[in-house]
Design a protein around this ligand. Structure first.
Ligand code: NI
Length: 394
């Protein structure tokens, strides 16, 4: 395994150069979720230069490349997401977004570039591998229902033994790798509560059913879902993020809309929270003679890393980056559709540090000044290769 194993210690020079070049190209040409046409074409074209990859387009803007090793063995899926966000970039860099209002503000340009480099290197060492690697270039991570579920439904992870994915993390210093066993990211579900009352003159509230007063009461009660009605040892967030009503100083409106998000890890908590919220909304509205309509849309499933595979990934990270580089990723209430793959096969999602305070790379993901230290790209590629070497060589 000499050659390939060495690539996980230091990338071949061509790959170290191209991964940065590709990232900058992608950064300059960001595309929104489900609209990644040029991105997918670029990925496909780049993949076609290497022999041994079976390339297909499972959906219009996603790309799958399959590499079969020289001997039969396990099946490993490696995933990168490719979509950008509706944000106007505020960075002053030579490869700033050329698509106004659209920006790679989450590092998916880096993910795509890293997986391209890994595919190229692994394709060149096909004879050293057993089994099969599926390189999944996924569309639409940022927009529910998400691209992952479409790819799962298209069968791209049928029969896989392992799934592995990387997210670059600007708030983790470059050089570090964050791994977590078990619950890592939450299920981001959304609710909309429409309160229907009876509008009228602001000077005669007694002749109205004031939906603003009802909504304000309800928001107070909602705080008790977490603090009084949920086991304190469970993780749950209920946030009202939008409260829309009214049009004037002297008119009590006849409807109001509350929107928000419920985030959790455990299925039981995830089921119970919206039921409690609906019951509460109906009860509070009922006190004042108002009515409510309750709409709930489930987001991605929580990302839960397989404990056994997490242990193996930790060992690989320690070998690739040094044991001092390894940190424990804390759980976070954000969402990620990588979870869709984890329902089909044991999977692990990790963070590769990409922040660098001394260079001003300190902005969080989805910020108009988000950026990452490109040195992280090399480490990410080496992780992909390290995982393939460990899982697919005897
Ligand atoms: Ni992301």
């Amino acid at each position: 395994m000499g050659n390939l194993s060495r690539a996980s210690e230091a990338l071949p020079e061509w790959a170290a150069n191209l991964v940065v070049k590709w990232r900058r190209h992608l950064h300059q040409h960001p595309e929104l979720s489900f609209q990644e046409h040029e991105t997918a074409a670029f990925v496909e074209k780049t993949l076609r230069q290497w022999e041994g990859l079976e390339i297909s387009r499972p959906t219009r803007t996603s790309v799958l490349a399959v590499l079969k090793g020289a001997r039969p063995g396990k099946v490993l899926a490696l995933r990168a997401d490719m979509d950008a966000l509706p944000i106007t970039e505020e960075n002053d860099i030579p490869f700033v977004s050329g698509n106004p209002g659209v920006m790679h503000a989450c590092g998916h340009d880096g993910h795509t570039a890293m997986l391209l480099a890994a595919a190229g290197i692994l394709a060149q060492h096909r004879e050293e591998l057993s089994g099969e690697i599926r390189f999944i270039f996924q569309h639409a991570e940022e927009l529910p229902p998400g691209g992952a579920i479409e790819l799962v439904n298209a069968g791209v992870v049928d029969g896989t033994d392992f799934v592995f994915g990387i997210h670059l993390a600007s708030l983790l210093p470059v050089g570090q790798i964050g791994v977590r066993s078990g619950e890592m990211m939450a299920s981001p579900d959304n609710f909309t509560i429409t309160i229907k009352g009876y509008g009228g003159h602001a000077a005669m509230p007694h002749r109205t059913i004031d939906v603003i007063a009802v909504g304000a009461q309800l928001i107070g009660h909602i705080q008790h879902i977490v603090s009084r009605l949920t086991d304190p040892l469970e993780q749950l967030v209920v946030s009202v993020t939008q409260f829309t009503a009214g049009s004037s100083h002297n008119v009590i409106p006849d409807s109001a809309v509350l929107k928000g998000t419920i985030r959790s890890f455990k299925p039981a908590v995830r089921e119970q929270a919206p039921e409690t919220l609906k019951r509460m909304a109906e009860a509070v509205a009922g006190l004042y003679g108002a009515e409510v309509q309750f709409d709930y849309v489930k987001g991605y499933d929580p990302v839960v890393n397989d404990p056994e595979l997490s242990g193996i990934i930790r060992e690989i990270a320690a070998k690739v980056a040094g044991s001092e580089a390894l940190v424990e990723t804390p759980p976070a209430m954000g969402g990620e559709d990588f979870s869709a793959y984890q329902r089909k096969a044991p999977g692990v999602f990790i963070n590769v540090g990409a922040g660098h305070a001394e260079s001003g790379i300190v902005y969080p993901h989805h910020h108009p000044k988000f950026n990452f230290d490109e040195q992280a790209l090399e480490l990410g590629v080496r992780m992909f290769i390290g995982v393939a070497v460990r899982l697919l060589t005897p």
